[in-house]
Design a binder for this molecule. Structure first.
Ligand SMILES: *[C@@H]1O[C@H](CO)[C@@H](O)[C@H](O)[C@H]1NC(C)=O
Ligand SMILES: *[C@@H]1O[C@H](CO)[C@@H](O)[C@H](O)[C@H]1NC(C)=O
Ligand SMILES: *[C@@H]1O[C@H](CO)[C@@H](O)[C@H](O)[C@H]1NC(C)=O
Ligand SMILES: *[C@@H]1O[C@H](CO)[C@@H](O)[C@H](O)[C@H]1NC(C)=O
Ligand SMILES: *[C@@H]1O[C@H](CO)[C@@H](O)[C@H](O)[C@H]1NC(C)=O
Ligand SMILES: *[C@@H]1O[C@H](CO)[C@@H](O)[C@H](O)[C@H]1NC(C)=O
Ligand SMILES: *[C@@H]1O[C@H](CO)[C@@H](O)[C@H](O)[C@H]1NC(C)=O
Ligand SMILES: *[C@@H]1O[C@H](CO)[C@@H](O)[C@H](O)[C@H]1NC(C)=O
Ligand SMILES: *[C@@H]1O[C@H](CO)[C@@H](O)[C@H](O)[C@H]1NC(C)=O
Length: 652
């Protein structure tokens, strides 16, 4: 799941000022953490995650910090609104402060006590309501929903382009990511991640929710697998939490066998259900230890630690996993790194402006190194990374600045990683022309050689396509002027068409597509632009195979309906229309345009923790009732629509 425009901190403050009021880091726990009985959840041990409630905010106030703590003056910040380079709306003021020990000051202590000290940076963690893997009960599908519309208006899913089929072997997948669904965040030896920490910093999560428990997929995966199998889903794309395998992150730190065993069973459980496990090594959850030791992905030191982690996972699951990703949406991840609160965790010499590009450099080398190891180790299967975003269409027809802005958008959003890996080995020329080496380290010929060709297929999380325009004062005023508010990207994503009559100010025409939930205001449904987008992807970054590795929609206001009636929630009409129209266009893209698309993965399998939008922005094709101790799942209409569509369009 993506969310941030490059170097815009806007969304980290919430949206349109509605949800981002000042807030405290709170030590209160919102769900009663007793074990439950009944269903098939064995009552089990006392939750192990409780930490003293006195460790509320600052590491310096925590008595359990190592002896060096007296020299650890927590750096604190008072975030203020910053100007947005895109159109996310105004930013609220944040009154409280975030904190993190100065990078490099935290002692390396790989003992259990050292692990607890890392958790003390995070603060108290909510314990899950149960801590044993749930034995799945047989899934009884409810009767399918009645037709959404009369057939005079829209066909049933099976009747959409009935003569076109997906190619043999096509993957019908659903997506999740470790941080967003697992919960059990402090269980079974896991170390804290950057997001465990960030989700508690003031103003970061719109609804103040954490992902401490969230869907508890960590203990419910067998039931979740049974539920998607019942729909005919044949693949699940999920991520492994690095901090579960290496709680301290580093190559010289101990591996957590419980973490390795856990994912081994997750993978085997998928295989038993005939669901292909697709594994992402990194979906934005950096071990917090690495932020503390050296500044995470802003430090070149991360590269070797990531490669070591990758090799460990490859060796453990070789032969059981066919499709692998190194990184999910590195472009979005590195833009997060250039935003509050992650600007407290930089390597020496890195600042909020340079961080995204230093991150890009280190991450790209980590990707290439991991793929090199994958090949040297003769791991079976295929490996790539997941790109995101879109190329865009010029806002004003025949406007050369807007056409050039589209090229900048393509370079900064996708080309930054896709050019080096798929076509040149090097950064896009536009980036090199714009960013000095202090921002974007140059790749040597040797590095370029190592990077080029390090993907077996092209994967893109393609949720939408928008217009792109030049800054209001023109491109020339921006590209060589680092003081310009739109620098360095010098393009503006625009969610509405150009109105030459300027009737409402700002030349605001029609929406490019229907909007998703306001908490996900980066998203409008644009199926009409899918084919053109896929043609562009394939032209610019040719590959033998393409996966639509994520697509999905946050039903407007689904998370705030009052009264909250299950038969209103399951009637997710906008999401259903999104999926049906996208899949129909995808069929045309394959058959009419000859694009080699071999899989489509719906984000998301279940509602989950949508980063800084929290649990209020819902992307699931299954509803999760967070008020029930069993974290009950309920299929929405869209789950049935996908199931019916794929049953009718898949070949054996
Ligand atoms: C989040 O917490 C802050 C501080 O406790 C509070 O002011 C704010 O209303 C909360 N926001 C939501 C959406 O609950
Ligand atoms: C939590 O559970 C305990 C034990 O069952 C009970 O005494 C207590 O009232 C519960 N607290 C809340 C807030 O529900
Ligand atoms: C981090 O970013 C916030 C928001 O832009 C800013 O207020 C704060 O000063 C920054 N802190 C550091 C240490 O750069
Ligand atoms: C980073 O890596 C360099 C080179 O291997 C090493 O000398 C240095 O100690 C490392 N720094 C940290 C903070 O890990
Ligand atoms: C960040 O570092 C770059 C490169 O050293 C420098 O040009 C720029 O002024 C710095 N920006 C900030 C906000 O400190
Ligand atoms: C991975 O599996 C393949 C096929 O069985 C084998 O040839 C290769 O040696 C294995 N690699 C490792 C590191 O185990
Ligand atoms: C754009 O240019 C083309 C070819 O020169 C022309 O046919 C078309 O009318 C122009 N469109 C607009 C909106 O000016
Ligand atoms: C920006 O600077 C480069 C290099 O100095 C120059 O070639 C280019 O023409 C400049 N672009 C604009 C729009 O001024
Ligand atoms: C969620 O569960 C709670 C507690 O059982 C229940 O009161 C509520 O109605 C449920 N919500 C929905 C939408 O079904």
């Amino acid at each position: 799941m993506l969310l941030l425009p490059w170097v815009s901190a806007a969304l980290l403050y919430g949206l349109n000022g509605v949800h981002a009021t000042p807030q405290q880091v709170t030590s209160s726990v919102t769900r009663n953490s007793t074990t439950i009985s009944g269903v098939s959840v064995p009552s089990s041990s006392v939750p192990s995650s409780s930490v003293p409630s006195s460790t509320s905010t600052l590491i310096t106030t925590t008595s359990t910090v190592a002896s060096s703590s007296s020299s650890v003056a927590a750096s604190t910040i008072t975030p203020a609104p910053s100007s947005s380079t895109t159109n996310e709306g105004s930013l609220p003021t944040i009154g409280a402060t975030a904190s993190f020990p100065p990078v490099g000051s935290f002692p390396r202590d790989y003992s259990p006590a050292g692990l607890q000290k890392l958790w003390n940076i995070v603060g108290p963690v909510e314990s899950p309501p149960f801590t044993t893997t749930v034995i799945p009960t047989p899934v009884v599908l409810p009767s399918p929903p009645p037709a959404l519309y009369p057939s005079s208006y829209a066909p049933a899913p099976k009747d959409i382009l009935p003569n076109l089929k997906f190619p043999k072997g096509f993957i019908f997948g659903v997506d999740t990511a470790a941080y967003q669904v697992e919960g059990a965040t402090k269980e079974e030896g896991k170390g804290p991640s950057n997001w465990d920490w960030a989700s508690r910093q003031p103003g970061v999560i719109a609804d103040n929710s954490t992902a401490d428990v969230v869907d508890l997929h960590y203990y419910l995966y067998k039931q979740d697998i049974a539920r998607i199998a019942a729909l005919g889903v044949n693949s699940h794309s999920f991520s492994i939490s690095w901090a579960r395998i290496f709680p301290f992150g580093t190559a010289d730190s101990p591996v957590n066998q419980e973490g390795l065993d856990h994912y081994a069973d997750v993978i085997q459980s998928h295989l038993k259900a005939n669901i292909a496990p697709v594994v992402t090594l990194f979906h934005w959850d950096t071990p917090l230890a690495l932020e503390a030791y050296y500044g995470g992905f802003t430090s070149p030191n991360i590269t070797d630690d990531f490669i070591h982690y990758a090799k460990t996972v490859f060796a453990a699951y070789n032969g059981s996993v066919h499709t692998w990703y190194t990184f999910n949406e590195p472009r979005v991840f590195c833009s997060q790194v250039g935003s509050y609160p992650f600007n407290l965790t930089y390597a020496p010499g890195v600042n909020i402006s340079t961080a995204p590009y230093q991150c890009s450099y280190n991450l790209l080398k980590a990707h290439a190194g991991a793929v090199k190891a994958f090949r040297e180790m003769k791991i079976t299967g295929e490996i790539a990374f997941k790109s995101d975003d879109y190329i865009g269409i010029p806002w004003r027809a025949n406007n050369t600045d807007d056409a050039a802005a589209v090229e900048r958008h393509a370079a900064f959003q996708i080309g930054v990683f896709a050019d080096p890996v798929f076509t040149t080995g090097d950064w896009p020329q536009i980036l090199k022309d714009t960013l000095s080496p202090e921002y974007l380290p140059r790749l040597t010929k040797e590095e370029q050689k190592d990077i080029l060709g390090t993907a077996d297929f092209f994967a893109i999380d393609s949720y939408r396509t928008y217009y792109v325009r030049a800054p209001d004062d023109g491109l020339a005023a921006c590209v060589n002027n680092s003081a310009h508010p739109n620098w360095p990207t010098c393009n503006i994503e625009t969610q509405y068409s150009y109105d030459p009559l300027n009737l409402y100010g700002g030349n605001v025409g029609w929406a490019v597509g229907p909007p998703a939930d306001p908490l996900s205001d980066w998203l409008q449904a644009t199926p009409q632009l899918l084919r053109a987008s896929f043609k562009e992807y394939h032209k610019r970054w040719p590959a033998k195979k393409i996966y639509l590795s994520e697509f999905g929609f946050a039903e407007p206001f689904e998370g705030v309906r009052q009264p909250s009636l299950i038969y209103h929630i399951t009637e997710d009409v906008d999401r259903t229309n999104y999926y049906m129209t996208y899949l129909a266009e995808l069929l045309l893209s394959i058959h009419e345009d000859g694009i080699p698309v071999q899989g489509a993965f719906a984000w998301a399998m279940v509602d989950n923790a949508e980063w800084n939008s929290g649990q209020s922005a819902r992307f699931g094709i299954q509803y999760v009732n967070y008020s029930t101790p069993t974290l009950e799942r309920v299929y929405k209409r869209s789950a049935f629509a996908l199931s019916e569509f794929f049953k009718a369009h898949l070949q054996n």
